[in-house]
Design a protein around this ligand. Structure first.
Ligand code: GLN
Ligand code: ZN
Length: 763
């Protein structure tokens, strides 16, 4: 019998219950007990629902109120000293680590967040040092396993493996130079042993241990650590399913096959090509192979016939009893259920599967592979064949104009008219002072703004009334920036529901969900648009608002667009056409917009590419191909303007170390980057690389409500000037301000402007 499994489930709840409960707790509107009650209800619902779809292995313990990596840090007492002894409850310490805390005399910034592999999910980076005092404060996997059991559901608990936990972490500020978190493995292992032993004693037959770093090149150097860890753990744990996802095991399979594990999970949605190599590598062991066939990262209906072919191949090598059909990764990256969608057409609905539907898919594929004679299974298979056929027919309707334009792109289309120094000279006309201050684009998205948008949607506001409202918002934002003394202004993006969705809605080729929320970080969820066909622009998208904003001020106004790679990365892409082609189509649409903005007398234009780094393939040998088309797409979008027009770009959480040539090749006149939490490492790397254009490393962290003091910002600037020439430094926050309140925004930007003024005097 082939069995079926789900590796993890969305946390949010079908009606965003968790998001609201967490935020209500943060706002002191409900108690910790209230929050835990909602969490327990959502967990129970998820287990019950997944079970009802016929799935054999149901995950538990992967639920989180903020982030699962943070859960492990809290559970193992990996709590940086700045969060200790603040007189906070364990839950508040946990949230303080995730999002900072500034209340009742407590003032701590948030820990650093990083993108979870190549996804748009962010995890809170654990901090380790030689003195990290590991303790098993609580056993979350055990507690939730028991909770499920009490609800009558037998689950397979999930934990993040010890090696990934350490390797994803970083040395704390107090760590000695050269300290490597992995050196803590011998100290950490006894805690994992205890955790897993307790699970076994409580009756868990299996445990899913995630070691996603096995798909990275660096895991090749950790064979000994894996052997050491899993030999110890297997001796006391339930049967271990070692889970990898998002990439290829490659040569790591050699040492993985020798580990004393009971099952191995691989991602065949991303990397179907690795099936044979992995299956053959474990053939002579007893290891069961869990086939990640149903995508945990996308929302397209699974092509059952294709999955069945792969499944049969695995069965040929390993036999039925050694094959599990699974989701490729946790379903964390997909919305909860298609059943909530009422506005998609029947044709569109037939293309998609969300988390719950995916649970059905794994169960059906497993049943077909087990030669089930069940009539329902036969029906589901037949229905899938029909759906896939209809989608294939739809895919044939391509937009020839767009396809031809992509085919006709020439190298010249990718180049600005002159090199940066000549452009910088022409841009003096902007009249910016030394250390120009600016922001990343958005200003607080207030309740009023969201309500106006809702009312427009419900037709309680006419388009004219809504436009008037937006104009008023722009006036306020412009006035504030003038008053506080910022140099390069923005219009504040009040008209945008989201930096990707907004463009998706205006472009041809996208479709949207009503409830397709996916976690980005903490309680922040996004609703990625879906690319369904060729992309094009039918009319200008932002010119009206940018020109209005420019018309009410004498200061230069920065136009604001989202870049092609980011729109693509933060959407669910098509799977029938390459990402490169989709990105170039987007780039051409944006190029027209950039040229239109310039024609409307907008002298600085920012094209945000916060996702360019996260889209980087996990294996180094795949980088060049990606960076070539990704950077080309950005250049294609921005190169259509005159020298005097200043192009900007923005990147979030950017770990650029290995891709400097590509950052330089983007050739944006100004880039702003997240640097406020990465301890200047990032900037020294920019210096070493010899980065040549203007750069604005964020002077404070906007992901937390905390207000940076003026001296603090001055110190940042001083540090930055040890690495960056004063002629090239822009002064700005590290990201957009949309998630912030006005109060802290005003105070923070005032301090930013004061600090820049001071710098102008000092340098
Ligand atoms: N312009 C966008 C904003 O300010 C950029 C945000 C981002 O890159 N995440 O919100
Ligand atoms: Zn950002």
């Amino acid at each position: 019998m082939v069995s079926s499994s789900v590796l993890g489930f969305p946390r949010i709840g079908p009606k965003r219950e968790i998001k609201f409960a967490v935020e209500s707790y943060w706002g002191n509107k409900s108690s910790a007990e209230d929050l835990q009650k909602v969490a327990a209800e959502i967990r129970k619902q998820s287990w019950t629902n997944v079970k009802s779809k016929g799935v054999d292995y149901i995950p538990s313990g992967e639920f989180s109120l903020y982030d699962h990596v943070l859960d492990h840090s809290a559970a193992f007492n990996v709590i940086p000293s700045r969060y200790q002894n603040l007189g906070l409850s364990a839950l508040d310490v946990y949230f303080a680590m995730g999002r900072g805390r500034q209340a009742d005399g407590v003032d701590v910034p948030a820990s650093e967040m990083k993108k979870w592999f190549d996804s748009n999910y962010h995890f809170v980076v654990p901090e380790f040092s030689g003195t990290t005092d590991f303790k098993l404060v609580y056993n979350k996997a055990l507690n939730e396993y028991k909770e499920a059991k009490e609800a009558g559901i037998n689950t397979r608990p999930v934990v993040l493996g010890p090696i990934s936990f350490l390797v994803l972490g970083k040395p704390s500020r107090s760590a000695q130079a050269g300290f490597q978190p992995i050196s803590l493995l011998p100290k950490l292992l006894p805690l994992y042993e205890q955790l897993l032993k307790e699970l076994k004693e409580a009756g868990a037959e299996w445990v899913q241990v995630d070691e996603p770093i096995l798909v990275l090149d660096k895991a090749a150097d950790l064979a000994a650590e894996f052997k050491q860890a899993y030999t110890k753990l297997a001796a006391v744990a339930p049967k271990i399913l070692l889970a990898t996802y998002f990439g290829r095991l490659e040569s790591n399979v050699k040492f993985v096959a020798e580990l004393p594990i009971a099952a191995l999970h691989i991602d065949l949605d991303r990397e179907p090509g690795q099936l044979e190599e992995v299956a053959n590598a474990i053939k002579d062991t007893k290891i069961v192979l869990s086939l990640g066939l149903v995508s945990g990262r996308n929302i397209w209906k699974n092509d059952f016939n294709r999955s069945i072919d792969l499944g049969r191949k695995a069965i040929d090598i390993l036999g039925e009893d050694r094959v599990i059909v699974a989701t490729s990764s946790s379903l964390l990256h997909t919305p909860v259920t298609l059943a909530s969608e009422t506005k998609l057409t029947d044709e569109q609905k037939d293309w998609f599967s969300f988390a719950l539907e995916k649970a059905s898919e794994v169960a059906t594929i497993a049943a077909v592979l087990s030669n089930s004679q069940d009539a329902e299974v036969g029906k589901a298979l037949e229905a899938n064949i029909q759906s896939i056929k209809k989608r294939r027919d739809f895919e044939k309707n391509s937009d020839d104009t767009v396809r031809k334009r992509v085919a006709a792109i020439t190298p010249d289309d990718l180049n600005r008219k002159s090199p940066f120094p000549a452009r910088a000279a022409a841009q003096k006309a902007l009249g910016l002072p030394k250390f120009p201050t600016t922001t990343i684009g958005s200003f607080p998205q207030t309740k009023e703004i969201r309500q106006a948008r809702l009312k427009l949607g419900k037709k309680e506001l006419t388009q004219e009334e809504y436009d008037e409202f937006i104009k008023k918002e722009i006036q306020e934002v412009v006035k504030f920036q003038e008053d506080v003394g910022l140099d390069l202004l923005v219009h504040g993006e009040p008209e945008r529901n989201d930096m990707v969705q907004y463009f998706g809605e205006l472009l041809n080729g996208f479709c949207f969900t009503q409830h397709g929320w996916v976690q980005s970080y903490g309680s922040r969820y996004v609703r990625p648009p879906i690319v369904v066909s060729d992309v094009s622009r039918s009319a200008p998208m932002t010119v009206k608002w940018s020109s209005y904003a420019q018309s009410i001020t004498k200061q230069p106004m920065k136009g604001m667009l989202t870049g092609p790679v980011t729109i693509l990365n933060w959407s669910f892409p098509r799977v029938d056409v390459s990402r490169e082609v989709q990105s170039k189509q987007l780039a051409l649409a944006l190029r027209d917009e950039v040229v239109d903005l310039e024609a409307a007398d907008i002298k600085a234009i920012q094209v945000d590419e916060p996702a360019i780094r996260e889209g980087l393939p996990l294996r180094r040998k795949d980088w060049d191909a990606y960076l070539t088309w990704a950077v080309d797409s950005f250049r294609l979008a921005t190169a259509g303007v005159q020298d005097k027009t200043q192009t900007h770009s923005h990147f979030c959480y950017s770990d650029f170390n290995d891709i400097f040539p590509s950052i330089q090749r983007l050739d944006a006149d100004v880039i702003s980057i997240e640097a406020s939490k990465s301890d200047m490492k990032l900037l020294s790397a920019f210096q070493e690389f010899g980065y040549k254009n203007y750069i604005g490393p964020g002077v404070y962290d906007i992901h937390s409500p905390r207000v940076p003091s003026e001296p603090e910002i001055k110190d940042r600037i001083k540090d930055m000037l040890t690495l960056i020439s004063p002629d090239y430094l822009f002064v700005n926050p590290d990201c957009g301000l949309k998630t912030r309140q006005w109060k802290e925004t005003k105070e923070s930007l005032k301090n930013v402007v004061e600090a820049a003024r001071w710098a102008r005097k000092e340098w």
